[in-house]
Design a protein. Structure first.
Length: 169
């Protein structure tokens, strides 16, 4: 079971803690980058106790793997670390997380299809790019690209996560 979920404190949740799950296809590129950025943002602002943050993929292909080495390298270049291990979106996520922010329209369709099978789900499912002040709605998968593509994902996720945090706190 995911540590972020299993260690959830119902008292904290009732006390105003918010939760966000970042989602991409395999949970080794875009969503762990977004998760690491968001964790750093809430840490730098001293509000880690107010947020439960995680990431997952819509497929199970990479479960248990570390993020792509290029994603880790990109994060390190921005003084951001992660110990994340890939996992797949689970039914319980729809009942646990306030927000499920995904990277592209395919992820969005997959999440909505999964959510339709969960009774009384509470998650607000949106594209992370919907928060981009530069209006780039889709965060492209850099997996088959170069280090420059990972940097572009980082910059877009930083803009989006910053704007998302500002609208929710």
């Amino acid at each position: 079971m995911n540590d972020a979920i299993s260690q959830q404190d119902p008292v904290k949740m009732a006390g105003g803690q918010q939760s966000v799950l970042f989602v991409c296809l395999g949970n080794i590129c875009r969503s762990p980058i977004a998760e690491a950025i968001f964790r750093k943002l809430v840490t730098d602002r001293g509000i880690t106790s107010k947020w439960m943050v995680d990431s997952a993929g819509v497929i199970d292909f990479n479960v248990g793997n570390s993020p792509d080495s290029r994603a880790l390298s990109c994060l390190r270049q921005h003084d951001t670390e992660t110990a994340h291990k890939a996992r797949q979106v689970a039914k319980n996520d729809f009942l646990t997380f306030d927000y499920m922010l995904c990277m592209d329209e395919s992820n969005l369709r997959d999440l909505k299809k999964m959510a339709a099978k969960v009774q009384n789900f509470k998650s607000e499912i949106k594209l992370l790019g919907s928060f981009d002040p530069q209006n780039h709605l889709i965060i492209q998968d850099p997996y088959y690209g170069t280090e420059a593509d990972f940097e572009e994902v980082y910059e877009q996720c930083l803009r989006c996560c910053t704007a998302f945090l500002e609208t929710t706190t």
